[in-house]
Design a protein around this ligand. Structure first.
Ligand SMILES: Nc1ncnc2c1ncn2[C@@H]1O[C@H](COP(=O)(O)OP(=O)(O)O)[C@@H](O)[C@H]1O
Ligand SMILES: Nc1ccn([C@H]2C[C@H](O)[C@@H](COP(=O)(O)OP(=O)(O)O)O2)c(=O)n1
Length: 363
């Protein structure tokens, strides 16, 4: 399977990085056509158009990144992760990052980093955190905004924010971002207190006195924010008073699209393709197989093609929305029984073009 961890290429300014980005994308698209020729597969008109569309899709993305102002206002998906102190927000965010490709931005971590950096606001932030109080929105929002803009990803978990009405309204008016939904970890106070007292991260605010103050602030200021989003139908409530793995099972269900859930219900539980989790490839596997079979493609050939697609990973991964129809079209366009070769050509065509940009995140 391809390694999905982004490779960081340091020391490139934005313009150079994006020039390289576009060049690599262009090159790999051309490469894929050459590969297809080497494999002796002629692209029909439709297949050729598919690849060209794919190339434009990729260029469109690069251009957006290359354009400074577009970058500053880049379109992002944001999920707010809320819950009391010690409810397990950070712990579950790490799991979500690992399995669903989000970037985790913890408001608390950003504020603590700001204290460490020795910035002019450092002392004020430190005092407020020690008192369990909420730092003024403009400070936290600036940090969040910067983190979003500096990151190549477009999906963010914002953990521990908004913590009061002021946070919420200011974020909305400054960034114009509405959360996709709000993940709410519901946990009794006694359990949170127990967890915080044994967190052991050397945090100045994990002492019983400050913890009590934080609980009060949470009840008075943060719960109303959750109520606000509840009224908008945006809250996904998770019972967080369970073991970490059980909580994550519930979290996973929230992040898995409805359509996927329905199909997954009928999937053989033995098909476990990625780190113990069924991602979209599970459905694709089933759908492709069913379609190929109804088109009377030999079972063995169909399986071989699908396994090939899965083993190269990318067609069945992140960008499956665009990749899938192209791959499917390739498989269906087989007339001479040479499913394997055509599939291979298309895997190369679709995968290389998508793999390269996806794996490189410029710092
Ligand atoms: N479901 C859980 N059961 C038991 N302990 C947990 C659970 N989730 C998190 N913890 C532990 O509780 C502490 C607080 O969790 P953390 O994720 O830091 O919470 P938050 O970010 O909401 O403050 C950590 O030491 C963590 O390892
Ligand atoms: N939006 C936010 C988030 C955190 N803070 C400050 C105040 C909080 O008590 C501390 C710690 O927050 P953090 O989310 O890291 O930790 P807990 O959820 O309390 O465990 O940071 C803030 O002022 N504004």
């Amino acid at each position: 399977m391809a390694n999905n961890k982004p490779v960081r290429a340091p020391c490139l300014d934005d313009t150079t990085a994006n020039a390289v980005f576009v060049a690599v994308g262009r090159w790999s698209s051309l490469q894929s056509l050459v590969w297809a020729r080497i494999l002796g597969v002629r692209f029909g008109e439709k297949e050729f158009v598919s690849v060209v569309v794919l190339m434009f899709y990729q260029f469109g993305e690069c251009d957006l990144e290359a354009n400074g102002s577009a970058h500053a206002n880049k379109k992002v998906t944001v999920v707010f992760v809320l819950g009391g102190p010690g409810s397990g927000k950070g712990t579950q965010c790490s799991n979500i990052v690992e399995h669903f490709g989000y970037t985790h931005l913890s408001a608390g971590d950003l504020l603590r980093a700001e204290i460490k950096s020795g910035s002019e606001n450092g002392t004020m932030i430190q005092n407020m955190i020690k008192e369990g109080k909420i730092v003024p929105s403009e400070v936290t929002i600036k940090l969040l905004q910067r983190a979003i803009q500096e990151n190549g990803n477009d999906k963010f978990l914002i953990d521990g924010f908004p913590r009061n009405e002021e946070n919420r309204a200011a974020f909305e008016s400054v960034t114009g971002i509405e959360p996709e939904f709000v993940l709410f970890f519901d946990c009794p106070e006694e359990e949170m207190e127990k967890r915080l007292l044994s967190r052991n991260q050397g945090r100045e605010d994990d002492n019983i006195e400050t913890i009590r103050k934080r609980f009060n602030v949470y009840m008075e200021s943060s719960l109303p924010v959750i109520e606000y989003y509840k009224a908008k139908g945006k809250v996904r409530k998770i019972n967080a008073a369970r073991p970490i793995e059980e909580v994550f099972k519930a979290v996973k269900a929230v992040f898995t699209p409805e359509s996927e859930k329905v199909v997954l219900k009928y999937m053989a539980s033995g098909i476990d393709l990625h780190n113990g989790f069924l991602h979209l490839e599970g459905i694709q596997f089933t759908v492709v197989l069913i379609i190929l079979r109804t088109r009377k493609v030999q079972f063995k050939e169909a399986i071989a093609s699908i396994l090939l697609l899965i083993s190269t990973d990318i067609s069945f991964f992140d960008r499956s929305a665009i990749n899938f129809p192209i791959t499917l079209h390739a498989l269906l366009s087989v007339r001479d029984g040479n499913v394997f070769l055509r599939s291979l050509a298309f895997v190369v065509a679709t995968d290389i073009t998508l793999l390269v940009p996806r794996c490189i995140t410029f710092a």
